[in-house]
Design a protein around this ligand. Sequence first.
Ligand code: 4NP
Length: 152
Amino acid sequence: MIKVLFVCLGNICRSPMAHMVFQNMINEKGLASDFEIDSAGTEGYNEMCHAGIHRGTKEILRRKGVPFEEHYSRKIRKKDYEYFDYIVAMDAENIEDIECIVGQDKDNKIKRLLDYTNNPRNIKDPWYTGNFDETYDDVVEGCEAFFKYLNI
Ligand code: 4NP
């Protein structure tokens, strides 16, 4: 079982998008029973509000034909670090924030999603840019590269 946790700031835009895109990719490859996939945020405010996936993320997932279930935001916990094999962040700030919560990345599990591509970079936050299309393209590029990296 390969356990993957996607992480962003709010856990309502980018990490649920990556969670659903990667889950769909895995399901389509018939590998669902080999993976446990989840997402979380580095901030707790949405957890307090029990926020669901942002409507911009839902809208693009629907438009691209990616099935998804509702996901309620939660804050990453220290024990997530031990539990998950891969902690996949959206940007460099996420990594700093994750390490504040879980401690130093002693097992080298934490990377940005686009670090798995030939063009390592942050995924911009559509909460601020409003550009869910750009985020979706980056998420797909990253998920494909991450799957390739896993070499299954
Ligand atoms: P995300 O975007 O980290 O991609 O989920 C954000 C969502 C909510 C907020 C910030 C970023 N917020 O400030 O509530």
